[in-house]
Design a protein around this ligand. Sequence first.
Ligand code: IPE
Ligand code: IPE
Ligand code: MG
Length: 252
Amino acid sequence: MAKADTHSTSCKIPRHVAIIMDGNGRWARKRHLPRVAGHRMGLEAVRKTIQACVEQGVEILTLFAFSSENWRRPAEEVGLLMKLFITALDSEVKKLHRNGVCLRVIGELSAFTPELQQRITAAEILTAGNSTLTLNIAANYGGRWDITRAARALAAQVERGELRSAEIDEELLRRQLSLADLPDPDLFIRTGGEQRISNFLLWQLAYTEFYFTDLLWPAFDAVALQQAFDSFGSRQRRFGRTSEQVEEAGDA
Ligand code: IPE
Ligand code: IPE
Ligand code: MG
């Protein structure tokens, strides 16, 4: 059984929270500001959310910052987002390190400039030993990319004669995915009112509780996070079993 499944369902605080931070553009448009102003304010909401997660004892926070489809946006917006990513790494990493945050970036990083890749690697190395909170930033990430890459890795093992195709099972595939060493998300939050996954963690969200809010990401804060946790705490996670079985097992 996967680690997440054995985590007591009576816990009110999710161990792993995954968030699609959506609505920056609309937040800016409402204020007659350029979209990038929304992304800047979005960074402020990221800071608040990290802080609140540390305070609440969340172990893992995974944030969707840039999807593999976001390259389709106007070149100017993509360029500004990349700049903001670099600025944020420069300004935040030391503070994250002081607060015991282990930073990791998941996604197809080879598409980024060598400068950005270097900064990402440096930040990951600096914070690798921290254990207060694991913060995964999904950048140029796509759930389909993740699964495809895992399939390719297993195929390569078969080609080398290290594995027989009949031996491939869920566990072997899972181990090739991003975040393989971490339990799956317990709670998924999407701000901005849309109710879709947009190619986020497709495999890893199989049994995650979903929570949608109309709040635009720059307006998200500790209170909004608490509301999501309250909703999470009121749910019974059955993982295929009946309510009676869950109650009997004492983890309802
Ligand atoms: C999410 O906000 C941030 C990124 C995708 C980088 P959006 O930029 O998608 O904001 P909306 O959805 O246009 O309001
Ligand atoms: C999802 O938001 C990606 C991120 C938040 C990084 P989008 O705004 O790109 O999603 P769609 O296009 O509305 O599905
Ligand atoms: Mg959006």
